[in-house]
Design a binder for this molecule. Structure first.
Ligand SMILES: O=C(O)CCC(=O)C(=O)O
Length: 257
């Protein structure tokens, strides 16, 4: 059950208007300890590298050099203790409150911005990774495993951008081997950005059509995050879109299924 004081009607209205929201204290210290130690272990052990579940989201996909934006898809495959966390129910309850009905978990991942050289996560919409045939009603619950600040790369959003449809994207750096996507002409969005710092244990939540970005990590400590995505049943579009950036894009859909 989600304590009702965490998201009141004013929050719901601002989520509808802006497409994002921050909520403090969704995870307690024990949960953060479990998630942080799993994140450190999976990165150190290279868990999921062989299976393609761990990769450098910002890198060229050639596996050379220290990763600048390591991502682990479905980390609970490699750290089963994550599936037992009561936090999952809190995050699901929050998603149900925000989307107004039952939701399914559709994705789980961890993203780590290493100290000093953690890359920016370029401007994008999560729906650019998904099927152009469907309309989605998804919400990302991005949990700060350490204080997330402007300096270490907290989430930033363009308010109201969830009302746009999916904009043209390209692989990061226009490199077809990159697993990450960037919206075309991103400069125009930076000036509208609202940075959303959150203390450890708090979440930044966004609708998956919202344009978002996270800056580089210029600090001396890492910026770990744990992301759960929940959705209601997607609907078939009357008129499918075309996502040319997914054809030939290295496993694009898998990068953020
Ligand atoms: O953690 C990050 O740097 C980016 C996360 C993100 O893009 C997302 O959760 O959709």
């Amino acid at each position: 059950m989600l304590p009702s004081h965490l998201v009141d009607d004013v929050d719901l209205a601002s989520f509808e208007r802006d497409g994002f929201l921050t909520v403090a204290n969704l995870a307690d210290q024990d949960t953060l300890n479990t998630l942080n130690s799993a994140c450190r272990r999976l990165l150190k052990d290279g868990s999921g590298l062989e299976q393609g579940d761990q990769f450098d989201l910002a890198g060229a996909g050639d596996g050379k050099g220290a990763p600048k934006l390591p991502q682990i898809m479905w980390p609970s495959r490699y750290a089963p203790e994550l599936s037992e966390l009561a936090y999952r129910q809190s995050a699901q309850a929050l998603a149900e409150r925000l989307l107004g009905g039952p939701v399914q978990l559709t994705n789980e991942h961890m993203i780590y911005k290493p100290p000093q050289h953690g890359s920016p996560t370029p401007w994008h919409q999560d729906q650019a990774y998904h099927s152009p045939d469907m309309l989605y009603n998804n919400v990302n619950i991005w949990l700060a495993l350490a204080d997330a600040t402007i300096e270490n790369g907290c989430m930033q959003y363009v308010p109201g951008s969830h009302k746009l449809d999916v904009l043209p994207h390209h692989p990061i750096g226009n490199n077809a081997t990159s697993r990450g996507l960037e919206v075309d002409n991103p400069e125009q969005y930076a000036e509208q950005a609202i940075p959303c710092p959150v203390p450890a244990g708090g979440v930044a939540v966004h609708r998956s059509y919202v344009l978002h970005y996270a800056g580089p990590n210029r600090t001396s400590t890492g910026r770990p995050a744990y992301i759960l995505v929940f959705g209601r049943e997607p609907q078939k579009r009357d008129k499918p879109l075309r996502f040319p950036w997914l054809s030939g894009h290295h496993d694009g859909a898998k990068a953020r299924s």
